[in-house]
Design a protein around this ligand. Structure first.
Ligand code: FAD
Length: 410
């Protein structure tokens, strides 16, 4: 079998892979992206955070994203029974982007992948990575192409951006269980027919807490074409209590919330719902000899704060910076220079996710007398600025949030 060679192989052309490719092409590297599917393809993860715009811009893909006409987004609205509150990301503590988009991922991922290709990446759709050997001087991947031909490719470095495919964690025995309980989501796209003159703000994701079960929540993500992504997240045992196909189960759970039922009263269910279960995942290490794991191929926490794409792009940015230094002849310590900085922000989100499900952060969100300065710091976290250590809730998330929860419970 002939062996091809290149500087960098990226597994997966999702947001992590495409942004990494754009950045590495700016450094003049040869980049091959191996993508199992043909794009456009469906993906979950449709509400972006403003922090992600910085990485899209850095990768030279901003103009294409802006011109694609996605739904403008400036914040998040929360509802629980009669209580509602909202955060405007333009009013936040950290500097940087305060607005972003809600995107149909099939199209968004294609826009980014096209930009990576335009920048000179060799993007190969329907090429699936089957095996990986990282014990040699340089890693070698075994790949099956669309014609079923199997070939090998040797790279100076491999970035695994295969998302829930988790290629290297599976092949190299790096998988590690997440400490979150097994949750799942049922979701679809609807033609929402939400009246434009009502209280619903299409510029915000809407998170609705289930009226009786505070660890169950719904997302409503409006798009620019009159459709919405509508989903529910709950523990696996809760979802298992509903009968029928996914559309029937989703409708039954939605019907339990009066405000959402009113909002979607005229919705047309034109796409069958689907589900995803047990998505929380972790790994033993984010980097090893000749490889690093990006985005969901590394750790995935939970969808509650829409942080997945932002973390994926942050990992791409950090990894590309490390590879740039290697290129310049520097010695890079991948644990210290890649894994630790990435995990710092992920761990900030983790504190907020755990507190959300325990109920404390919900009290903070719905508290009526929060000071504007604290709301601006919380707004920053919700906007994805989980790496800004000037924000006290990033510098010391667990301690600060605990104090705030106690104040909001009093
Ligand atoms: P992906 O986008 O998954 O891309 C990986 C690519 O790798 C895919 O195209 C796949 O085909 C390819 N691949 C897989 N295996 C192979 C192989 N063997 N060979 C070659 N290619 C391969 N995030 C948000 O930011 N906002 C949200 O609102 C949000 N909502 C979510 C809701 C739910 C229920 C869940 C579960 C997640 C949500 N997320 C959200 C998270 C988001 O889906 C992911 O974090 C994000 O897609 C990760 O991007 P990625 O580039 O790492 O991987």
């Amino acid at each position: 079998m002939s062996i091809q060679t290149t500087d960098i192989v990226i597994i997966g052309a999702g947001p992590a892979g495409a942004v990494a490719a754009g950045l590495l092409r700016q450094q003049g590297r040869q980049v091959v992206i191996l993508e199992r599917e043909q794009f456009p393809r469906f993906s979950i993860g449709e509400s972006l955070l403003p922090q992600s715009m910085e990485f899209i811009e850095e990768a030279g893909m901003l103009q294409a994203v802006v011109e694609a006409g996605f739904q403008y987004k400036n914040g998040a609205a929360f509802g629980h029974g009669e209580r509602t509150t909202e955060f405007d990301f333009r009013d936040k503590f950290s500097p940087g982007w305060g607005t972003t988009y809600q995107v149909q991922r099939a199209r968004f991922d294609k826009v980014l992948a096209d930009q990576a290709e335009k920048a000179g990446a060799d993007l190969r759709y329907r090429h699936e990575v089957l095996q990986a050997d990282v014990q040699r001087d340089k890693p070698v991947l075994t790949v099956r192409g669309p014609d079923q031909q199997v070939y090998q490719i040797e790279a100076g470095f491999v970035l695994d951006a295969s998302g829930f495919g988790r290629v290297l964690p599976r092949l190299l025995d790096l998988e590690f269980p997440s400490n979150f309980p097994v949750r799942g989501a049922i979701f679809t796209h609807v033609r929402d027919h939400i009246p434009p003159d009502g209280e619903f703000d299409r510029h915000k994701i809407r998170i609705t807490v289930h009226p009786r079960h505070t660890d169950v929540w719904y997302w409503t993500i409006p798009f620019s074409d009159g459709t919405c992504s509508q989903g529910v997240v709950a523990r696996a045992d809760f979802l298992a209590g509903y009968q029928g196909d996914d559309t029937e189960r989703l409708k039954a759970i939605l019907a339990e919330d009066p405000a959402l039922s009113r909002l979607l009263a005229k919705a047309e269910w034109h796409v069958p719902a689907r589900h995803i279960m047990g998505y929380a995942a972790n790994v033993k290490t984010l980097a090893g000899p000749g490889f690093a794991l990006l985005g969901n191929a590394g750790e995935f926490l939970d969808p509650i704060f829409s942080s997945g794409v932002t973390i994926a792009m942050k990992s791409a940015s950090l990894a590309a910076a490390c590879l740039g230094r290697v290129w310049d002849g520097e010695v890079v310590d991948w644990q210290k220079d890649y894994a630790q900085p990435l995990k710092a922000g992920v761990d900030t989100f983790r504190v907020f996710v755990e507190s959300w499900y325990a109920g404390g952060f919900q009290k903070v969100i719905f508290h009526e007398h929060a000071t504007p300065e604290i709301r601006r710091m919380i707004s920053s976290i919700l906007a994805g600025y989980a790496w800004d250590r000037n924000n006290p809730y990033v510098a010391e998330p667990a301690r600060r949030l605990k104090v705030l929860e106690e104040l909001c419970s009093a």
